[in-house]
Structures are given as C-alpha cells and as structure tokens.
Design a binder for this molecule. Sequence first.
Ligand SMILES: [Zn+2]
Length: 269
Amino acid sequence: MIKNVFLMCIIGLVLICICVAGLPGREVQVSFLNVGQGDSIFVRTPDDYFILIDGGPSVSVLEELAEVMPRYNRTIDLVLITHPHADHVNGLVEVVKRFEVKGVMLVGTPSGNTFYQEILRLCGEQGIPIYFGESGRDVKVGSYLYIDVVWPSRSMAGVEFENLNNASLAVRLIMPDKVFMLTGDAEEEEEREILRSGFDLSADIFKAGHHGSKTASSDEFLDAVEPDTVVIQSGAGNSFGHPHKEVLERLLRLGIQVRRNDLEGRVEI
Ligand SMILES: [Zn+2]
C-alpha cells in the first residue's frame, strides 16, 4: 500500500514537471512576437530546436521569449539577423548576453548601428559562429525544419547598401505542414531581384515586408508567394503609419487573411 502511494506520488510529480515545462506538440510553433514597431519571430520545433529571427527594437523581446520558451531552456540554436536596423537588432544584444546562442546567420552588410556592432563583438568574445547567408547555404534544423535562403543569392558580406532594407536576408521556413516566407524589410527592389532568381517562393504564410509598408509586398511578389495568411509586424500607433492602407487593400482584394501584432499582440501560428 505504502509502495503504491509512493508510486502515485512519483507519477504525479512527473506529470506536474511535464506541465510546467510544456510538451511540444508535433507541429512547429511559430510566434510573431509583440515587440512594438519591429520584427522578431520565434520558432520552436517538436524536436526542441529554438530559432530566433530578429530581436525587435528593445528588451521587450526578453519578456516575449519568457512567454513562448520553456523555462528549462536557455539555448537558442540559431539567430537570424535580417538586416542591421535598430527595429530588428537592438533587442538582440541582451538575447546574446542572456542565452547560449549557438550560431548567428546574417548578410554581413556593414552598419554603424552600435547595437549591431556590439552583437558582432559579443559573438567574437563568446566564440559564436557567424554564417553569411546565401541561397547556396540552406540549413537543415533537426527533423522538422529546413531554412531555405532565397536572398542573397551570393555572399554580400562587406557589401555596402544605400538602403539597408534591400539588404534583408530572406528565407523560407519549410516545415512538414507549413511554409513561411520571411523577407525582413525587403522592399520592391529586393522583391524583384528575388523574383528574377526563379526560385520556388510559394508559402502558406508570408510576413509582410517592411512592416506592411506600401514600398513592399508588391502584387507580383504576392502572386509568386500565394500565401493564405499574411502577418504584419507593426507596433500599435507607430509613427510610420504602418501598415499602409494600400497594402491592406491589396491583401483584402486577394482574399488573404491578415494577422497583425498591433491589433492582436503576439501572433501565434
Ligand atoms: Zn524594420
């Protein structure tokens, strides 16, 4: 009898631990974090790989990560930096300090952003490998995720860009049952370049380029991606007027479902 009670206690304890830690389902979890006016996307695979694409403009990314990440985990397997603008990288400084980051992928275009430079310095100090993204260097992450780099088509490390938005690392996240297209702040110029590559760009979910600005998410690009859903990462009441009404009208006309951080907070898919 005492033995049975003891066994029940152990089973109960294990169940509580599982509930606290959270068990991943079979699907990949993709969270468009609520970081205000900026981009940050967290991906967790069922085999427990953790990927972060951009880190938003501030430490608000830490609060969001605390909500979506299991408490036991302090590791991020790969951080993707689309481009070194403040609203994409500044929050990453504290991420690199507080988590064990195993690798960083970026385009490598030079930038005077001191937060970006600090991230590069921390990577050097902590021995975090930096990979320069290019379409020939796709990444397989565990059994459930394949990162298909669609831009740049060749290494752009050290290449200066007048408009850094058009130096955005663009990737398709290919999962067993969903494909995501993420283009950072790429505007029409980069979208045209991606279209010229002739790659398969189809995706179920597209993150609107440049926070829903009318300079991105062109008709031609949307035709090629053909998403069911578009997620817009823009902050409530932002001073840029993002998302622009032209983009919202375009998406409405095409019958595409729109999810927005400024209206919903964190968007989970
Ligand atoms: Zn941006």
